[in-house]
Design a protein around this ligand. Sequence first.
Ligand SMILES: Cc1ncc(COP(=O)(O)O)c(C=O)c1O
Length: 473
Amino acid sequence: MHVAVNQNILEMEYAVRGPIPQRAAELRKEGQTTIPCNIGNPHALGQKPISYYRQVLSLVEDPSLIARERRLRTLAINTEAIAKSDLISDYVIDLAESYLAKMEAGTGAYTESQGPAFIRESVAAFIDRRDGLGGSTIVPSDPDQIFITNGASEGAKYVIDLLLADQRDGIMIPIPQYPLYSAAIKRCGAVQVNYYPDEEDGWTFDRAVLEDAYEKAEQEGVNVKGIVVINPGNPTGAVLDENTVLEVIAFAREKDLVIIADEVYQDNVYGDKFISFAGALGAEPVPLFSLHSMSKGFYGECGHRGGYLEIRNSPRVAGTDLSFTDLIFKQASVNICSNTVGQLLMYLMVNPPTEDCEPYRQFMAEKRSILETLQEKAALIRDAFDQMDGVSCFGRTGAMYLFPRLDKLPAGKTDFDYCIKLLERTGLCTVNGSGFGQKEGTQHLRIAFLPPKEVIEEVMPEWIRFHNEYVNS
Ligand SMILES: Cc1ncc(COP(=O)(O)O)c(C=O)c1O
């Protein structure tokens, strides 16, 4: 049977899970080992979960363990037979109990579509703490404008689906970009309006870059309605400074655009300072949709699908007395609710153990070790680039990716050809730059710097050898 389908879905592309990882799957079936650096999926590359999250999670998912853990602790204290430090702390047990009390119906029941109120309140308090509430221009986060979502992806899609009403409607996105955005725009049959951060200047951009993209789109009859900013950037890793964030806000205000701020890598800045859009916005009346996730940072709980969407200055919906928040609520209602494990992890992300409690030291040690190791791994890969002919990697390290430019590919070869050969020769599964969009005439690849250090140390010499042979063949 042949059935006509939605053309937009047919044309949607998502290279991160495209032909290169598919080829990797074939190779694995043939018995070859591959290293999945095509996606920011830390646990798939051996990163261990943070103990604090998983301890609370296990007790909440199986409340019968709570009584058992309490008994074990009493036993340990009485007999000193079990090292107390190996046991789940009272703090975690109490937290699991209080979480369950707030959930009332447990984690197996549907929740409010927007996410339980106490979790949204906690997210709002986290945002206020992060953005240093106390300054005169900072507007507190409103729990009623927060949605707990199945990862950040769901929140982004809610906003894009709602905003794009017509085939001439467009959203500005950075090039290169995380292909969720190009795919979501394509799904609506609307227009992707590219703006181009300056690679050689560390992927920075200024007002002129935005104006240029906007004017070109306007001349082509596109009704530009929003701008996406990914900070820190995927695939570039670029971390925006305060001036750039303020520039985007001023630009959006002048052009009547909504801002979609994808801030899922806010913990992956490696010594740089993360400036949130919500904090920088202050009392400016620009609509802002900001996204965060449990999938990245040092937590990396991608499979548990926890995220939030925070709305500020929710636009009114033309011709109605409704706001965007009302209609996003409607979308969330149709999905009934986000998954409750993701909700719990989001709650834990915004409520890390405080300095005075038992799990604090272990939590901090795990956090520090993951972030430090990520930075070291990125440095190892960057060092290898220095030994590859015609490879330059601009900007500082951010997020979980490096996006080197390949300047010396043999005539007629593309970055896609290169990535396929790299995979076949070394097992390294990367993504070709064209999968994210790139300035015409340039070629790149994206590699997630997530494999264990020893794997990187082993595979880099092979990559250097492969590269220098390939470009000089
Ligand atoms: C920039 C960016 N936004 C959103 C996502 C998706 O996040 P989530 O797993 O929370 O849906 C990713 C995943 O790689 C990403 O890189």
